[in-house]
Design a protein around this ligand. Structure first.
Ligand SMILES: [Zn+2]
Length: 215
């Protein structure tokens, strides 16, 4: 089991990072056995590479699944999400500092990111789940609440399945991240009910009009 990172051992951009972590992963179906096996692989992965969550794509598995473990039994949460998608998100954002195991530099120097204050996640194994930051607000110098942490982690891990990294979520008042697509580039779009399709950029407008958005 190997963790995919942005740079290879020579410090050059890694090909795997582009393939697994900069490209969206499409929906696939699982048998019960396959799902159990993947859950175990992700648990082992998080033991080997300690963090707050891990996605299958970070381990070079092109499947939509992630495993999150934050806090302890009394005050924490542990979740295995199969084919999760963000079905709905609050337009309000809040700022956070995040690091990512796959971008090792950010583990020691976290990036300031912006996240939605509330997301509704649809999964195959746990149905619909809602994550929302602590309404009381998290105070400086106190441990961040489980609600707030989970709201961030779940967005971070699902981003990994959608080919988005924390570098794409940097909060900046002076810079916006834009992507330039060629007419024949394939992009992944998501319908209102979460169906994901791959289409050529030149055909994207047709889907926009049907309510699809670019992932
Ligand atoms: Zn990450």
């Amino acid at each position: 089991m190997k963790l995919i990172t942005d740079k290879d051992t020579n410090g050059l951009p890694s090909k795997e990072f582009k393939e697994f972590l900069k490209t969206p992963t499409l929906y696939s179906s699982f048998t019960k056995e396959e799902a159990d096996e993947l859950e175990q692989t992700l648990k082992d992965g998080l033991n080997k590479y300690p963090g707050l969550g891990i996605s299958a794509t970070q381990l070079g598995i092109k499947k939509r699944a992630c495993y999150i473990k934050f806090g302890d039994d009394e005050n924490g949460m542990e979740l295995f999400l199969l084919n999760p998608i963000i079905k709905d998100r609050n337009k309000d954002g809040f700022l956070f500092y995040e690091g990512c195991l796959s971008i090792p530099k950010t583990v020691t120097s976290p990036l300031r990111t912006i996240r939605s204050t509330k997301v509704v996640v649809q999964t195959d194994n746990l149905g619909e789940l809602t994550f929302e930051i602590n309404p009381e607000g998290d105070k400086a110098n106190e441990r961040v609440s489980v609600e707030t942490m989970m709201t961030v982690i779940v967005q971070h891990e699902i981003d990994h399945l959608d080919g988005i990294t924390i570098k794409d979520r940097i909060y900046s008042t002076t810079r916006t991240v834009t992507k330039n697509y060629g007419r024949n580039d394939l992009i992944v779009m998501k319908s209102k009910d979460g169906e994901m399709i791959e289409v050529k950029y030149k055909n994207a407008n047709k889907y926009f009009l049907q309510g699809y958005e670019v992932v």
